[in-house]
Structure formats: C-alpha cells, structure tokens
Design a protein around this ligand. Sequence first.
Ligand SMILES: [Zn+2]
Length: 559
Amino acid sequence: MSATGAGHNADLIVINGRVRTMDDDNPAAEAVAVKDGAVMAIGSRASIEEFKGPATKVIDAKGGSVLPGFIEAHMHLFSGGAELAHLQLTGIHGFEALQKAIRDYAPTRPDAEMLVGQGVDYTVLGSERVTRHHLDAILPDRPFCMAAPDHHTMWANTKALEMAGIQQGRTLGPGNEIVMGDDGLAAGELREGEAFGPVLDLAGEGRVRLGLSTGGEPDPMPTAAERDADRDIMRRGLAWCARHGITSIQNMDGNLYQLELLAEIEAEEGLPCRVRIPFHYKNFMTLDMLDKASSMAERYNSEWLSSGMVKVFYDGVLDSWTAVMVEPYADRPDWVGEPLFTPQQFIDLAVAVDRRGLQIAVHSIGDGAVRAVLDGYEAAQKANGKRDSRHRVEHIEVTTTADVPRFAELGVIASMQPPHPPGAMDFPLEPTVSRIGPARWPLSYAWRTLKDAGAHVVFASDWPVSPIDPILGIQAAVLRKPWAESDPDQSFSLHEAIAGYTIEGAYAEFAEHRKGTLKSGYMADLVVLSMDIENTAPADLHKVRPVTTICGGKVTYQA
Ligand SMILES: [Zn+2]
C-alpha cells in the first residue's frame, strides 16, 4: 500500500446519513469513511467524499440514521438459531387458536421426532393452566411440546412425556419440577431445564442446548454431518443478528463446542458478527473445573471471537415461582423461591472466578438472588482486591432500595432487557405483576433507578426469549410505562436507550475504546437505518428498519 493514491482511498463510505456517533465530542455528522476494517473519518459529505477512489463502495443512507452497530449484551445464539425453525406461538391466545396453529404446523414437519412450539404465553388458556390433556386433544398421536417465552417452562402432551420417560415423574435438582397431576402422572407442565431436557433432547437439538443445560461438550463427538448441521444453525442465527443491525454478540450460554463451530465459520467465510462465548458454570461442578474457563479465555481472545466470561444461573423466573425473593411472593405467602447455589457456594465461586481475572455474569431475577450475587461480588473484591472486573447481574427484575447503590459501589453492570417487563412487549401483565405485588413494583425492572444511582445499564433482548430486534428494545425502553401511577417512571430517553445497545454494550466487554461509538480508528461496525430515528415519534420507532449492517468494514446485511 502506498502512502498516497490508493492508500488514501476508503474501502467504503456511507454518505447522506444522519450519523449519530454516540461520541459526545463529535455527536453528529453526515458521512463515514471506512478502511481496513476501521473507521477512517467521520464528517461532512464533502470531507468524506475526498476519500472516494475508483474501488470505493458507496452507500447512500438516504437521510436515514447511521449508528454504531448494535451490541447485543445478552442472548443465546445457538438455541436462537435452532428456534427459527420451530412453530412460533407468540401472540396466540385461546384453545381454538392454539389448536389451529399446532394442527397447521404438524403436517409441515412429517419427519420430526418431536414437534416443538415456542413463545406460548403462560396465560394462553386464560386462567386455566395448560395440561397434557389440552395438548392431547389437539395432537394425540405425535409428540409435541411447547415453551413459554421465558424458556423456563414447557408443556408436553402425553406422547412426548411417555417417549421422554418422565410420565411417572423423576427426582430433579433444586428449582426444577415435573408438575404431577391428581392421577399421579406428570400433568404436562415442566419447570426448568432438568424437567424438560429429556423432552427437548428428542427434538434432536441436544447439542444446541448443551451450553445452556450442562455447559458440557457433545458426547459422543458429533459426526461430520452433525457438525455441518450445527454450523448451519449458527450461520442462521448470525444472519438473523446481522439483519437486525447487530455487530457484536455477548452470548449467555456456552461451551468449547460453540467456540469451535464459530471458529470454523470464521476460517471458512469470516464471521458476520463478533461473538463472545462464556464458560457456563453449573451447581453440580467443582471449582477446579474453572480451569476450562481460563483455557477458553486464553485460546479465544480475538476481536471476532472471544471468551473470558463465566455465566451462572442463581435462580429461575417469577412466573414459575423459581426466582429467589427477599420477602415471600405476593401470591404465595409461604414461598421465597429456591436458589440454585447457597449464598456461601456462590461467594466461593465468585472469589475463585474473580481471582482468575475472568468476568462473571449471573442470571438473578428475584431481589434475593440479586442481593446474594452482589454479596458474592463484594466478597470477591475483599478477597482479591478491587480491580476493573465489570462483573454483571443479568435481568434484575426485582431489586431493593438497599441493593440499588451497591451496583455503582462495586462497579457491577446492570444487564437488563427492555422487552421483558410484563406489558412492555410480548409478555402479558399477569401472572407476573400479581406475583411481584404492588409493594415491589417501584423497584421492578428499575433501569432508570439503577442508572440514576450510577450503575452502568446495558440492554439486550435475551433472544430467543424476546425478539432479537434492538429497535423494538429501544422503543420498549422509551415507551416504558409504570404499572401504577404512584410508581416511578423507569423509561429511558432515546439517546440513553441507544447507548444501552451500543456504548454500554462495548463497556460490558471492556471494548469502549474500540467500539460502541463511531470514532476515527474504532472498529468499522455500524448500521444504516431506513429512517431518521431521532425524528421518529416513539410510537412509530418499530417502523425504523436496518437497511445496511457493516461489521469490520464488510457489509453483513443489505435489505
Ligand atoms: Zn438468557
């Protein structure tokens, strides 16, 4: 490359855009030039067109917003990719509608060993709880199961329960339950992964679920054909991310196998998104198994594929009373949930992971779980000394006044999902809001309260739990309404919501000096939108669509 001529030319320029850099020193511009995977310059159209050479690709943003590529800070790439092929039951209500959806779908999958539905509301049959008998009435002769949007509960018909060998129930670990009927047989409702794992394994997606269910590796080793099929699932998931403007993924389940599949794709054709895959530590593991987390972090540490994080589940979810609360559930006064670790076990784990210099991310939905996890981070700081650890608490659906300031004090990231508050997007108000109870509403999904208390708040979809679309998440954050007039306003401004999907996401992976804002020398990760997002009414934000996604200077999606 010469110092003049072609050396001065950009690989790609985006012109005619409303560039919102998320960089306070240079917030707005018209155009961006990109070269060798990095942002070369940001400025007026005229100044950027100076970098246009004969081989420069020109993208006309046509007045649409140009933002840093979205950073998805909590999602499940492999299972999300697999679920794109399942029956989608989001928004289905009533027996008739459910019956029609399932009966229309079944004939389209004549060879499926297990038919799987996704995204069915807990209240799909109103106040009546779904049982196997409902599903038998719809589909008696083929095995069928369907998952709640939060993926913490599934319902199966009798055929599926029989084939999985769980019709008589089974002893499971804490927090997991095969709900039994009055007849002494499984009723059809399966709470948490150990309960529904045997059913889902029949769907032939055992390898997909490993990163979530056990954190372990496929055994036996997948055949070449199985590995090909798994790479295709990953590719499908990655393409789904790129088409939604996402350029970086922080995955929240994982194992070495997922990293290997992604490395193979990277070697073959390059990755369309940067991916971070954690080691998943489960409560049946011992601390010496963290050696694997350290070796994953050492082996994978590029800008495209990295590890360096340990994911943990401390509790379950509110809707199945498996989230851990400080005070009893409002609708179950003798019950506070059951943690997946004892507080002391978690403290020992946090100290051990922190000592290895790894980041920790813990699913903690109830205020009791949030508190125990913060206690663990505090203990780690005492034991190992304070460092820039950026440990994370995932979800934080309920918290307490006492714990809110601890996020900033301990330097802990609040990782939250704007689509998740009941009533915000796809999740209905009930049963969740009654389960939480009005006394706890003010500090439920309290991202404004946490941000005002100095916490870094990072946003995500938790896809496939919620639709992956960051723009829908931004809209949900902006339109957030309290459940009672006396509750505090937890909504974010548009700028704050975009920051949750860009600069804060970069911070969450120690990369805020390389991405998350558009700045000269930063990674050329950006998204061109169909409209000017700043001049769109909040109610219309969902109409704003990604038109072009660019990651590392390469176009990864074009509408
Ligand atoms: Zn998740």
